[in-house]
Ligand binder design. Structure first.
Ligand code: GTR
Length: 416
């Protein structure tokens, strides 16, 4: 039943609901000075910036500076795909700081016959070429973890992995519903390994610096910042409606969508698929992956300051419902899977429910259900939730709900 049996079994984490124990969450609405906020204005002026600053300082880390410039190179302008139903475009963003630069390749599919498309934007795990069989998609040249199942045997991808993750990107379904897709490989912005000499971090080092300071960005914050740079580009892209960019991400990349929407108000909505610990689930609930586990297995994901909270969840000045609250009043979808106990589905539901008090300030109901819905009965609203039967993954069923969610919230491609 476990997500990664061999991996998860190495850690002695709790899977017994009866053993979760009591916890008390930091208040969303009480300011550091002790006043309780009860309207949108006070929330936005006082409380929201406090929460954003705390989450930045203790969890994800701050971005240390700004780029000098970003170049856009159009590699392919007018490709066709999906039997003529989609246009394909491939663009490279070159991020420049001082004498250093880094490039990231975007793969763009847009529905044919639309002037400006609403899009889903998210990273992929294994390269743009893995999301489809389309032979024209450029293969990344950046470092990649070895993955025998995908035939990635040398830390570089090649033809053998083309199309290998297409179950996670049902393009026919998405394009058929009138949405575009923009995606990029996570490792183009920052390779997913505990090594701060590569990826985006070194562009911002001061002289002699070799890794981020304790309050500076880990890899999750770097990936989020990368999506904001993609948004900078999308704002110049005539065929995409930049008011209708929906963030989507699975697992660690779901953690990224939440932090991206929390830090950048330009995104219209966020979807977190099975994001679990340090994504949507409550850290204080002792169930599944813990802070100690994530800090040990993925020491590069969060900032140095976060290390001190291993086994000390109760000392955290924030919890994940507070990250979700920063997304209000924009539409938010949290999704779990029944076999993904590692991610603590109940904790994912509860944090969305907790964050709803901030949606309430905006006159929005938030997650209304008193308790978790049955599997495969999505609650689709401004704050949405489902738990799908099955494993830790993002599949067509999940996308079907995300498309409904986007349409219901009127984030869709205009008719003309
Ligand atoms: C796991 C990690 C989870 C989740 C997952 C993934 O190993 O413990 O927090 O992020 O990886 O991204 O697939």
């Amino acid at each position: 039943l476990l997500l990664f049996p061999t991996y998860a079994q190495r850690w002695n984490v709790n899977y017994d609901e009866a053993a979760v124990g009591p916890y008390s969450l930091p208040s969303l609405l009480r300011t550091h000075g002790g006043t309780t906020v009860n309207n949108v204005e006070d929330w936005e002026i006082f409380r929201k910036p406090e929460i954003l600053a705390s989450c930045t300082h203790h969890l994800y880390g701050r971005v240390p500076g700004e780029l000098d410039t970003m170049f856009v190179t159009v590699k392919e302008k007018k490709g066709t795909a999906l039997n003529g139903k989609a246009k394909r475009k491939q663009v490279t963003l070159t991020l420049v700081k001082g004498k250093k630069e880094l490039s990231a390749d975007l793969l763009i599919y847009l529905p044919v016959g639309k002037k400006k498309s609403a899009i889903f934007l998210g990273y992929n795990f294994w390269g743009n070429h893995t999301i489809t069989d389309d032979p024209n998609v450029i293969i990344p040249t950046s470092w990649m973890p070895i993955n025998k199942d995908l035939h990635i045997l040398t830390n570089r991808a090649d033809e053998q992995s083309r199309g290998s993750m297409k179950r996670r990107w049902p393009l026919e379904q998405i394009i058929g519903a009138g949405y575009g897709v923009v995606t990029l490989y996570r490792g183009d912005i920052d390779p997913d390994r505990d090594d701060f000499s590569d990826g985006i971090h070194p562009l911002f080092y001061s002289k002699g610096q070799e890794r981020p300071c304790n309050d500076e960005w880990g890899t999750i914050a770097a990936w989020s910042w990368g999506l904001s740079r993609v948004m900078d580009y999308l704002e110049t892209e005539a065929e995409i409606d930049n008011q209708k960019v929906i963030l989507v991400g699975h697992s660690r990349l779901g953690k990224v969508t939440l932090w991206t929407a929390a830090t950048d108000q330009r995104f219209a909505a966020a979807i977190s698929n099975n994001s679990g610990a340090m994504g949507s689930t409550l850290s204080r609930r002792n169930f599944g992956e813990t802070v100690e586990v994530i800090n040990t297995a993925f020491p590069h994901w969060f900032c140095g300051n976060f290390k001190k909270y291993s086994n000390r969840e109760d000392m955290l000045p924030v919890d994940q419902h507070m990250v979700l609250s920063l997304i209000a009043p924009r539409p938010l979808y949290i999704a779990s899977a029944t076999e993904d106990l590692w991610a603590d589905p109940k904790g994912e539901f509860l944090s969305a429910k907790e964050a709803s008090v901030v949606y309430n300030l905006y006159g929005i109901q938030g997650l209304s259900a008193a308790s978790m819905p049955q599997p495969d009965t999505p609650l689709i609203d401004i704050v949405s939730y489902h738990i799908r039967t099955g494993k830790h993954d993002i599949i067509a069923y999940d996308w079907e709900q995300y498309i409904k969610f986007a349409k219901q919230n009127n984030i869709q491609t205009s008719k003309n």
